[in-house]
Design a protein. Sequence first.
Lengths: 559, 399
Amino acid sequence: MLSFVQGVLALSLCLGAPSFAQEAAPAPDAWTAREARHLLNRAAFGATPAELDAAVALGRAATIERLLLGGREVEPPFFATVGVADFGGLDGRSPAEQREVRRQVRERDKGQLAAYTHWWLERMRRGEDPLRDRMTLFWHGFFTTSSKDLRRTFEVIQQHQLLRDHALESYAELLAGIVHDPAMLYYLDNTKNKKGKPNENLARELLELFSLGEGNYTERDVQEVARALTGHQAGRDGGFELNRKQHDDGEKTILGRTGRFDAEDVVAILLEQDACARWVAGRLLESFEGARPDAARLDEYAACLREADYALRPFLRKLLDDPRFYRDEVVGARVLGPVDFLVSSERRLGLEVSPEFVYRAASELGQTLFQPPNVKGWEGGESWITTASLIGRGNAAGLMLGVLDEDAARVAPVAPAPADPDYGGMEAMDSMDATDDMDAMQAMDGREEAAEGDARLPGELRALKRALGKDYAPRLNLTWRFARRGLTRDAELAGALLDELLAIAAPDETRAALTRRLAAERAALGVAEGELLAQPALAEPLLRRLAHLVLSLPEAQLD
Amino acid sequence: MPTTPRPLRLDRRAFLAGGLGFTAGLCLAPGALAARRDESQRHLVLVQLSGGNDGLSTLVPYGDDAYHAARDATRIAAESLHRLDEYRGLHPALTRLAARYDAGELALVQGVGYPGPNRSHFKSLEVWHAAHPDGRVAGDGWIGKLCDARWPQDAPPELVVHLGKDVPYALHSAHHPPVAFEVPETYQWLGDGQELDPGADEPARGGGSVLERLRRVQRDAQASSRRIRHAAAGYRTDVEYPATREGRALRTAAALLDAGLGTRVVSVDFGGFDTHSSQRGRHDELMRTLDGALGAFLADLRGRSIGAHTLVLVFSEFGRRVRENGSGGTDHGKAGLVLAAGAPVQGGLYGAYPSLTDLDGGDLRYAVDFRRCYAAALRWLGADPTAVLGEPFEPVPFV
């Protein structure tokens, strides 16, 4: 099957060389660059100018269908249960050897989740099947499980595959799957939910967060659902197991229905509730539009889910084709999450940075993949932006662009901080820290040197920089990019930077400010207006510094 | 062993004060100019124990037979406790806090909750953060409302600081959005030259588009970055804080308050209290972490002038079920425990220990509305509690 990008690029090639999006010819079905950009911001991970042109040419309906097609059969990296047996077992070994075996187990186990995370981030970057990746990210924040609370990574990856397999297909399948999903059963303590000794953690969150929403069930319902979920356990092989001895098969009354219900019955009962369709529709609409829908619209979309038996493609098709999805209050008014910000910036810049960098940077910015902060997932929206995260986003962009000013870190002398960099808790997996010890040592070195006024970066930023790779240099040629387009004037160059790097249309005052800055810096280099691109050695560093300014703007946090 | 909690200070004061006592406290009494100047230097440190702290394992009612009957895996042996009287004792790991209690600088408010208790973490946290049963639909968080009531709109951005990544809803404020960071060293934009400022007009406070709000955040970040890094880097203390996230956060809190940046409220979030299974070891560790960090902070403050002006309030969204679940843990409950600590605090016990037998759906019944704790802090800070809370609540007289 043709991938999304291959498809749109092939089409754009048929239509001739890509032109800049704003100038593209009108599309067959009333479809503007503004709408195309919005669709690809929200349903994909942002668009490069070429992708935008191609989508405009393809037309709205066809672009939506292509997004919805979403190839399901994608080969994930190999993952397996990892145990001491894979390293020859512990029998007959000295304590030191046993420690070494356990270390190897941990390393391989963490390593496979790291590899899997990298694979997912690379898929987002490549954009072959962006809507499935985006929806998987949505479900990852909806049916949350944190790898921190699990003993090994096999179940974590297995759950992600479940979310991925049904991401565009069916909420009903997801709900049925999640009450049998070993990672979830561990995460919400259901492996300890036994007949006569109920543990209601999963039952409560199943009702509150995974299906109905708070206020649409009683405490009695929670207790009865917990009984229905007794005996749902997981085996050593990582598969689901129903422990019949621990299962309470007595009569239960749940949401007004009485019977000897098991988990399948509970799922069926939940799916019958209007509250369920409304809850799921509301969460989806909020995710795509950045704001809660009004009551009438929520009803309309909840009905759409119900009528399709919770199939997701009809819902998404309706939404992405809905004129209200393109209204001014929605376009450009959503705050990008950290993964979104990083991946879409990377895509718009045309860079390829290491997925480990994206993982770590997103984590610093408040979104650690596979470790949502709690069972509710990431809060999202404007809560992504704090004074520190805004600074952090700018610094991450600066690292990607290779323009971070390390000397500036010298301005404030930094006192030595306590040495222990591990505050993830006892069972924290710190998944990607395969080089923990080295990191810690280097971070400490950094602190000592910084304390002496050295211009080294503080620990977190140094770790981020290292994640880019040893000899990282951004593969980027903004000078060529703009020269080829025939841009010369300061205002044209500033405008092009804003149009290409921002997901939203920049306000006039921002255009004017960037133009002024560019003019001032160009003049300081002794270059006349119109001559900058003719001196690439001067132009490229300047354009990159300005690109860094653009990605540090509040405007860059919106899509 | 006696199973009836002894009568407590709150009751006496409450009857004494009647309906008017606390409003009188709001007005500036004659000769209160010094007190007012004093109020203008006061700080509040909010410590949130996220997940629902088990009050029964924090202030343990070891003298109650019902406690021993309800708890097995999570039961804490009486002899290991810091006994406060013949009925209750502090968790064995709370050594430093027990010492503060003995010194009269730790108040324990028992049986704290709110009407119509909700066992959802998120709903319950919203109620605590908004100081309103409707949660966040009630508008700004209670600290945001405090800012509006107490401090001018041109207060420095560091007025309210959250030391962590996720800003709690309590700090949500249209007019005084908090500064938030976890590590002072990286709280710096490292670009070449200045960030771009389009010089757009500052929108009306609290209003504006999302872009205008983000621009405000950026200006606050620029204004506070250098001051905060200098404050943290220049801070010297003989007190050794534990090398935990919590210890580091409270060390930074002390540095900020000591530097006099105009910070009035600091918020920190200690997580991990949702102990549905294998609670004993986990909760012991949580108590060690709390005691280590908060104990160091209080010790540090004692040697500084800010110590006399700093009130620490420790809370959690709910307590936990009286009867253990089948997994050696406890499920979400209702009434819980609030701690108030610091030199300004009148230490001791407030409220009655909730009955372990007269339960509400298996949970402790609350007797003290949490807003009465807020009211005490608000009044002490020089704000009108009724203006902030929307209705009058009688302050728990711990400060």
